[in-house]
Design a protein around this ligand. Structure first.
Ligand SMILES: Nc1ncnc2c1ncn2[C@@H]1O[C@H](COP(=O)(O)OP(=O)(O)OP(=O)(O)O)[C@@H](O)[C@H]1O
Ligand SMILES: [Mg+2]
Length: 457
């Protein structure tokens, strides 16, 4: 934003400078040329008047005296010709033989009574000449002509000088625009940057972040007002959702626990009677219901304001959970093995890694046939510590893998009793711990590679 503002100031100023300076430059160089030529023209006329008598009487030494003086003073080349265009004096060759200049256009014009001035290319000298000539005349009769010439390089140098000054002025103006524009752009975007910071804090879960009212333009003030309203509304919603989750948790759990205890108390009374199977099924259902309630409440919890993360040894957590699941694995004749050498420290919310592993292991054991192997291994992948739970079950198709983390989604051949919430909870827990959860097909063999990656520390 700052750069764009600065660029727009630059482009605008550059455009204005071009529009102003280019015509100004042409006008100044034109004036310089005009001034020089009219000065030379004036000199030629004055000199023509000075040498009028001496030319008429062809007094060569007197012509050389006044014209030579003049040439030395003004620094140009002065020639005086008679009415035929033959030199009476040439300041470049004061003692040279007479030369015919009648073919020079400015001499022809002067002998015709005009006083031309201008710039032309001299084929004899090989460069541009600035010239002025004037007739030497008296009583309406032209006796000769005077011509003064300069190399046009001096004029070109003067014109370059004008353009250089204009470029210099333009650069100074652009530098000033850069400095002032930078400060202006920074002060314009400061409230926006502040707002961006506050939005970042809100996105990171700090629901108390508010923008304050910036001093900037009215649009920004109303933007920060709208932002604050949105943040307050968001905080209200999240707080009420948390409160609802907490209340619902309490209100649903207590009667469920009470129901399960009552059903369990009935067990001895029904020891030898019919209906015991139904009772056990009812107890199982209450346990399943409790599991669903716990899962739903966890998923209903807002993600942003989760509990603090700590550094923990992922390998130790894996070993502990694998030990806990070994009894069930043995019962199902599944070989459960962990490959977790040494210590792997990662960032996680306490208890989350264990819960994630429980879900992965439950799923893996669920799909494993007797004699199958379930392996848990950890490895370091760049900034991540990855835990893989690898099974030899039927695996999942690409379509199923894409849906597996959806709430309540369950595969075709799933066992009865699952809720379809386990993997949604895994994803939520991994996110709260700053990591990611993923299910992939195993490379080169049947089965699923269930992965959770956490930030190494
Ligand atoms: N390792 C696996 N191999 C094959 N299918 C799997 C595997 N893990 C999960 N699935 C499939 O994904 C579905 C969803 O799993 P998820 O853990 O979310 O729910 P669930 O196991 O059915 O119920 P619960 O909420 O009790 O965990 C399962 O029903 C199963 O069909
Ligand atoms: Mg499951």
């Amino acid at each position: 934003m700052t750069r764009r503002l600065l660029l727009s100031y630059f482009l605008l100023t550059g455009f204005v400078l071009l529009v102003l300076e280019i015509p100004l430059g042409f006008s100044l160089t034109h004036n310089a040329e005009h001034n020089l030529l009219s000065g030379v023209g004036h000199d030629a006329t004055v000199l023509a008047t000075l040498v009028e008598d001496t030319v008429e009487q062809r007094q060569a030494s007197a012509i050389a005296g006044s014209a030579g003086d003049y040439a030395r003073r003004v620094g140009g080349r002065v020639i005086v010709v008679d009415s035929d265009g033959t030199t009476l004096f040439d300041s470049d060759h004061p003692s040279g033989p007479p030369e015919d200049f009648s073919n020079r256009p400015e001499i022809r014009q002067a002998l015709a009574g005009a006083s031309p001035a201008g710039v032309r290319y001299s084929a004899t000298l090989g460069y541009d000449l600035a010239y002025a000539s004037a007739p030497v005349a008296s009583g309406g009769h032209v006796h000769g002509a005077v011509r003064i010439t300069y190399s046009a390089a001096a004029l070109a140098r003067q014109e370059h000088g004008v353009w250089l000054i204009l470029v210099g002025v333009g650069s100074v103006v652009l530098a000033a625009v850069f400095l002032v524009g930078w400060k202006l752009a920074r002060s314009t975007t400061r409230p926006l940057r502040f707002l961006e910071g506050v939005a970042g804090r809100l996105a990171a879960g700090d629901l108390s972040a508010r923008a304050g009212v910036p001093k900037g333009p009215p649009e920004l003030r109303s933007l920060s007002g709208a932002f604050n309203q949105m943040a307050s509304r968001l905080e209200e919603l999240v707080t009420s959702q948390s409160e609802f989750a907490a209340h619902a948790s309490h209100e649903l759990r207590s009667p469920l626990t009470a129901l399960r205890l009552r059903l369990e108390n009935l067990e001895p009374a029904l020891a030898r009677r019919r209906g015991r199977d139904d009772l056990e099924a009812a107890i199982g259902e209450t346990q399943r219901l409790a599991h669903i309630v716990d899962g739903l409440l966890l998923l209903a919890r807002p993600g942003g304001s989760g509990p603090a993360r700590e550094s923990l040894d992922v390998n130790a957590a894996v070993r502990e959970r694998v030990a806990a699941w070994t009894a069930l694995a043995e019962e199902r004749e599944v070989d459960l093995a962990a490959s977790t050498p040494g210590v792997q420290l990662a960032e996680a919310v306490p208890g989350h890694v264990e819960q994630i592993l429980d879900n992965y292991l439950a799923n893996a054991l669920e799909v494993s046939h007797p004699g199958a192997i379930v392996t848990v291994q950890t490895e370091r992948q760049g900034p991540w510590v990855e835990v893989h739970v690898l099974d030899e079950g039927p695996g999942l198709s690409g379509e199923e893998l894409a849906r597996v983390f959806e709430r309540f989604w369950r595969g075709g051949g799933s066992r009865d009793g699952g809720s379809g919430l386990g993997l949604s909870i895994v994803r939520q827990l991994a996110g709260l711990s700053g990591g990611e959860a993923q299910l992939r097909p195993r490379v080169g063999r049947r089965g699923v590679d269930a992965v959770v990656r956490l930030r190494a520390c």
